[in-house]
Design a protein around this ligand. Structure first.
Ligand SMILES: Cc1cc2nc3c(=O)[nH]c(=O)nc-3n(C[C@H](O)[C@H](O)[C@H](O)COP(=O)(O)OP(=O)(O)OC[C@H]3O[C@@H](n4cnc5c(N)ncnc54)[C@H](O)[C@@H]3O)c2cc1C
Length: 436
């Protein structure tokens, strides 16, 4: 069996532990102002943000139930700031963990490379850096959307999108259609709407992620630090650890380059490849590996950045617009930012009679979000290369990291600071440091 970041949630349903929050479905049938396709974190967070601005929203999801597959995720201050604005931060804090530190070590000799005090992150950016189970984050948005009257319809697969007379229409697999002022395609990396905007394909990185979230007692003997996010970077691999669910669970992610993928074989990313990739890593990593789930894995794909996310009244959002490699831990955050930014522009673009000037809203969204996400996607690729360096380059990287002061903030201000609403608000990026 192969699991794949480019494989849909629906396909993964068959074997993955899908945590589902009970859904009371609304089926009013009345015309709504916004239709969202995709009930993942991107779609539901956009529904939450837009209904808070007084819009009527309907979300269609192809899976019968709304849920999330996977384990933990990191949410930086640019996300917790938005959760706070939406009134959801306290709930997130009660379900997640606010770690004290983030450390990076070499995966071979466990030499410390970086050590960031995350309490200082909160002082700097006004909001915490957190970790949370992805089904808990998804559940927070699902419950908020339900409370705010969002119509939720499961078992509806979108197959086509059209622009019609100042509105947009979506057609479903069962032949039915629905129309609204705007249709947001939050349908993930294989978005059905994206080909009407750009002809491109997911790009394979030849890297695979294994995950594992287990009761923390199982990791108690493993030299872990439940108060920290710990990252071990090694040649062609890395390993991440942190506690979840108020410290009751322990989450680990093991990522490595697959020789079978590089050789063009279809059957890549299998557990034997994981075992081989982490041979020679330090004790802390070796102790953690037996706790990984070995029956599913996520092949890492992204897409090249694109600078237009609109086709008339059809707008891409989340992974449909900007699927990243996950090294910046910003994929879900970018999706949450997208919907929040669109909602801020709805507020700013209501005409005298209370109607929304959608052309202005979408233009403002498209002016600011693609450039920010382009930066994250491009930096994510470079960041991954830096983590996975081998031989002399690995040692040279370690020297550079030794000299870095992470509390100078020049590497984080552009991403963890406030989400820009206008292109002029987008902060300058840091100057890259040459390695070697
Ligand atoms: C190993 C790993 C670790 C990660 N860690 C982090 C992290 O720490 N922090 C972070 O911010 N991000 C992280 N990410 C990235 C993050 O998971 C994604 O960027 C995010 O989940 C994207 O959300 P989305 O709602 O846009 O897309 P998806 O989660 O893909 O949701 C799309 C939804 O649309 C539905 N759908 C698809 N097609 C149709 C259709 N035709 N009709 C109707 N519905 C449809 C799907 O069923 C699904 O529910 C990580 C990713 C991976 C793989």
């Amino acid at each position: 069996m192969s699991n794949d970041a480019a494989v849909s949630n629906e396909e993964m349903d068959v074997n993955a532990r899908r945590e589902v929050t009970e859904v009371r479905e609304f089926t009013s049938g009345e015309r709504v102002e916004v239709i969202i396709i995709g009930g993942g974190i991107g779609g539901l967070s956009a529904a939450t943000a837009l209904t808070q601005k007084g819009l009527t929203v309907r979300v269609y999801e192809r899976a019968r139930e709304f849920g999330e597959v996977g384990a933990g995720m990191q949410i930086a201050s640019n996300c917790t700031r938005i959760l706070d604005d939406l009134g959801l931060l306290d709930e997130a804090k009660s379900l997640g963990v606010v770690p004290d530190r983030m450390t990076m070590r070499d995966a071979i000799d466990a030499r410390p490379l970086l050590d960031m005090d995350l309490r200082k992150v909160e002082e700097r950016y006004g909001h915490p850096y957190m970790v949370i189970h992805r089904s808990d984050l998804h559940g927070i948005f699902l419950r908020a959307a339900q409370r705010q009257g969002v119509e939720l319809r499961g078992g509806m697969k979108a197959v086509a999108y059209d622009n019609v007379d100042g509105s947009a229409r979506v057609t479903f697999e069962d032949g039915s259609t629905d129309e609204a002022d705007v249709v947001i395609a939050a349908d993930g990396i294989h978005s059905v709407a994206r080909p009407s905007i750009v002809q491109d394909e997911p790009v394979s990185s030849a890297y695979v992620a294994y995950r594992g979230a287990v009761p923390i007692e199982l990791a108690a003997e493993n030299d872990i630090d439940p108060t920290a996010v710990q990252v071990y970077v090694g040649p062609g691999c890395h390993f991440v650890q942190y506690a979840l669910r108020a410290g009751e669970m322990f989450n680990q992610v093991a990522v490595f380059e697959s020789p079978k993928a590089l050789a063009g074989q279809d059957d890549w990313g299998t557990p034997d490849e994981m075992d081989a990739a982490f041979e020679g890593t330090c004790d802390q990593v070796q102790k953690g590996l037996p706790l990984m789930w070995r029956d599913r894995w996520w092949r890492m794909f992204d897409r090249d950045p694109i600078m237009n996310w609109l086709n008339g009244r059809i707008a891409l959002l989340g992974d449909a617009a900007h699927p990243p490699l996950q090294y910046m831990a910003q994929g879900a955050i970018m999706a949450i930012e997208d919907g929040w930014v669109m909602a801020q522009h709805v507020e700013r673009n209501r005409t005298g009679d209370g109607k929304v000037d959608w052309d202005a809203v979408l233009a403002a969204y498209n002016a600011v979000r693609p450039e920010h996400c382009r930066r994250i996607l491009s930096t994510g690729r470079v960041w991954g290369e830096l983590w996975h360096l081998r031989g002399e380059e690995r040692l040279a990287r370690n020297e550079v990291f030794d000299d870095l002061d992470v509390h100078e903030w020049k590497f984080t201000d552009w991403v963890w600071g406030p989400t820009a609403l206008f292109p002029g608000d987008e902060p300058a990026m840091y100057q890259p440091i040459p390695i070697g």
